[in-house]
Design a protein around this ligand. Sequence first.
Ligand code: CU
Length: 142
Amino acid sequence: MVTLCQTALPRIVAMRAFRALPYAVCVLALAGAGACSSASPEPGAGGATGVVSTGSVKRLAVTISGTTVTPAPAQVDLPIGSTLELVVTSDHDDELHAHGFDVEAQLKAGAPTTLRLTATEAGAYEVETHDPALTLLTVAVR
Ligand SMILES: [Cu+2]
């Protein structure tokens, strides 16, 4: 996983630099006129949109369109011993990577891909794509 992420690093850095641009504009506007104060609302703790719980299994369907992730990236609480079934559908081919769980999958454009993540060790783990680098959600294992 580390190796893979390192190979993806230049792309990710380029992406971050690209993303930093509108952010810088936003900060300038903030300093000037107090704009940008209407940031998106804080996701409720563990109350991530779209998560359906059935016993010890949680399910979440995520759609990626370009760089837009739906539902918006949030934190999903996952008690140790329970499983998150993540169904990801992207409009482009991509790599899906669940940090901490060390699970990777190839995304094929338009084809739903299911990841089963079983919580074993407490921590906060990001699930991301690599091309482009997007965070889909953070899994909080407790
Ligand atoms: Cu990764």
